[in-house]
Ligand binder design. Structure first.
Ligand code: BMA
Length: 386
């Protein structure tokens, strides 16, 4: 989500920043790696899923929640409704740095274990990647200060072929590839996952965002990501395109930076319900956005033969007791999406949560949401891989 991280980034003097890498031209010819049968099967099932309902997903659900962290076999979703999300989401931010924990402190080894567990339970996993800025060495979020803005705008160009961070960046992609390749069960089965990099690019808060790079550069970034993972033998990954709501319901705008049918498997939307004090129709805005944009995306998905999902949503702090059944569900309506995912319940920030926990005012309504015939949680799933 669009969450600005303030401060903490050492501003490096303009011109002194270098990736410390040789500038080399890279041969980008990619050997074709077919995707595994299970991965293709997952995609088929994501496309047909809406005839049964939509899966519910939560970011980082099995590793921490509101007021707790790192327990085993614990989940805020389960504590409230007795079942687990059908979709678990995790973030790969800081894997590029070679760190053992991600940007929110979650160990990558634990993520790998949870991915395998979710797969073996019949559920699905998706990954976002809030990776650092390879040029400024700052976070994924841009600061746009006088000192940094030029470099922030040069970042995507710097990682593309011929750019001064290209070699460094290929190394970062290779770390992601290694991780994807390491998602194997005890019998050696590679776990299919959905990867959702370069998300919310229609906003301008990440270094790959709208005002920070050109359309061609953004598409080239995707192509390079796809090619590099493929060349490293990654055959268990589906790819999601997930812009924010800036298209305003215009299909041409939604597709403006679309990387292509060969790369993308799922069309998504990141759309949050933001409470703005003093604005009485705050829910109408969210409802309107979903009701205008989801049918447009569904139509595009039909034309391009892709799956559709509400890849990120939520109402931070959920101050409305019946938000799940009176706002979210009606806003999704009958749009055939395969899943809806709400963001994380931070363990260390009291008000940063997007799902209920026992005692939270929307907990009872979440149980109604769970009981709705439209929602699919882990126990409802038959088999996503058959
Ligand atoms: C954001 C916020 C951040 C977090 C990031 C990645 O939207 O929740 O606190 O670091 O997602 O999980």
């Amino acid at each position: 989500m669009n969450k600005k991280i303030l401060g903490a980034v050492a501003a490096m003097a303009l011109g002194l920043v270098s990736c410390g890498q040789k500038q080399e031209t890279r041969v980008t010819e990619v050997e074709g790696t077919a995707r595994t049968a299970l991965t293709e099967q997952l995609l088929t099932n994501l496309k047909t899923m809406p005839s049964q309902g939509y899966m519910y997903g939560r970011h980082d659900d099995p590793v921490y929640g509101h007021g707790w962290a790192w327990d085993e076999d614990r989940s805020d979703v389960k504590s409230v409704c007795g079942d687990l999300p059908a979709v678990m989401s995790f973030d790969l931010g800081h894997i590029e740095l070679g760190d053992t924990v991600n940007l929110d402190g979650v160990p990558f080894n634990r993520i790998r274990r949870e991915v395998i567990k979710q797969f073996e339970a019949g559920g699905m996993v998706t990954f976002s990647w809030h990776l650092n800025n390879p040029l400024t060495k700052g976070t994924a979020w841009v600061e746009k200060t006088d000192e940094l803005i030029e470099q922030e705008k040069a970042t995507v160009g710097s990682v593309l072929e011929g750019g001064k961070c290209h070699e460094l960046f290929i190394g970062w992609l290779d770390k992601v590839a290694d991780f994807m390749n390491s998602l194997t069960t005890a019998d050696g089965t590679k776990v299919p996952v959905l990867f959702r990099p370069w998300h919310e690019h229609t906003g301008s808060w990440f270094w790959w965002g709208q005002d920070l790079c050109s359309t061609d550069q953004y598409k080239a970034l995707w192509q390079m990501t796809y090619d590099e993972l493929k060349s490293k033998g990654v055959d268990n990954v589906l790819y999601a395109y997930s812009p924010g709501t800036e298209n305003g319901g215009d299909a041409v705008k939604y597709m403006e930076r679309y990387p292509g049918d060969e790369i993308i498997d799922l069309l998504g939307l990141d759309c949050y319900c933001n409470a703005e004090p003093g604005v009485t129709d705050r829910f109408d805005r969210f409802t309107n956005q979903l009701q205008t944009q989801l049918p447009m995306i569904v139509e595009l998905a039909k034309q391009h033969d892709k799956a559709v999902a509400l890849t990120e949503t939520g109402f931070e702090g959920i101050p409305l007791a019946d938000w799940w059944t009176s706002i979210l569900q009606p806003a999704i309506g009958d749009n055939p999406i395969c899943y809806v995912l709400t963001w994380r319940n931070a363990y260390d920030r009291d008000t940063h949560y997007f799902g209920p926990f026992p005692g939270q005012i929307s907990a009872d309504d979440f149980v109604k949401f769970y009981e709705s015939p439209k929602t699919i949680f882990l126990k409802d799933l038959k088999n996503l891989y058959k």
